[in-house]
Design a protein around this ligand. Structure first.
Ligand SMILES: Nc1ncnc2c1ncn2[C@@H]1O[C@H](COP(=O)(O)OP(=O)(O)OP(=O)(O)O)[C@@H](O)[C@H]1O
Length: 246
């Protein structure tokens, strides 16, 4: 679904991505794991065409985003649903209006009844009862806000869901709740998921594949158990913070 080929990006004298190769199969959940400043956000921005590389390809569903202009990129971005670190909901809108927002922007032909039905089905998928529809984001817990954020991200039925640091700053219980949400979205919607994270525990919970980014390169890629057994010094050091020195 996503294939990144020999991607390079430099800011001034700072080489941030130095030859990224990464293939994420359709329907899989891939966590891009790496320390602060390793280039995760820069890589994610290339995946949705927000940054142009110095060289390399970003193939999404077979289409290279790199040569595309603004209008074509806007079209290509519709394949993505984005879930941000802070749920990024509109505080002045109800839960219903938050989830309906992308439909009102991009699917103007839908009737009010169809909008209602789609919003309900996505909230339902996230295990949110009808009673939350009229609430405002400030009335919800952090975990519930995340679920509303995901319902909004998938309401246009994207093929790929991109999660930007979904568990950063959350307590362990809310983190588990968000992990379950990511797994449920994959199972029920059959989407391809890309999760940008430095949360090892969460990565091991949700990933089919983990890509470990270090100094602008993917130094390890495979199922969680492969990462766990990695001999790469940067991976070992990073995992020690979680698994201890064994
Ligand atoms: N627009 C930019 N101009 C110059 N340098 C940039 C720009 N965007 C990112 N960088 C640099 O690229 C490096 C990687 O940044 P990036 O935000 O991708 O890291 P990250 O892995 O997402 O880290 P974190 O987990 O802290 O968010 C950093 O050193 C950052 O300063």
């Amino acid at each position: 679904m996503i294939q990144i080929v020999d991607l390079h990006k430099t800011f001034g004298a700072h080489k941030v991505l130095t030859g990224i190769n990464l293939t994420i199969p359709e329907g899989a959940t891939c966590v891009i794991l790496g320390g602060s400043g390793s280039g995760k956000t820069v890589l994610m921005k290339h995946m949705i065409g927000l940054l142009k590389p110095d060289s390399g390809q970003v193939l999404v569903d077979g289409e290279d985003l790199v040569p595309l202009g603004d209008r074509e990129l806007e079209q290509a971005r519709r394949k993505f649903g984005m879930v941000f670190q802070a749920a990024a909901l509109f505080d002045s809108m109800t839960v219903f209006e938050n989830v309906a927002f992308p439909l009102r922007e991009h699917r103007k032909e839908l009737s009010e009844e169809q909008v209602r039905e789609r919003v309900r089905s996505k909230l339902d998928l996230m295990g949110m009862p009808t009673s939350v529809e009229g609430k405002f984001p400030s009335d919800l817990s952090g975990g519930m806000r995340k679920r509303v954020g995901l319902a909004r991200a998938v309401v246009l039925e994207p093929k790929i869901v991109l999660y930007d640091e979904p568990t950063t700053g959350l307590d362990p219980i809310t983190t588990d709740y968000v992990d379950e949400m990511i797994l449920a979205a994959q199972a029920k919607l059959k989407v391809t998921s890309v999760v940008i994270s430095h949360d090892i525990s969460s990565a091991f919970n949700v990933a089919d594949y983990i890509a470990f980014l270090s100094k602008g390169l993917i130094v390890e890629f495979g199922p969680p158990e492969q990462l766990r057994a990695s001999e790469h010094p940067a991976v070992k050091l990073f995992l020690q913070t979680w698994f201890g020195n064994i």
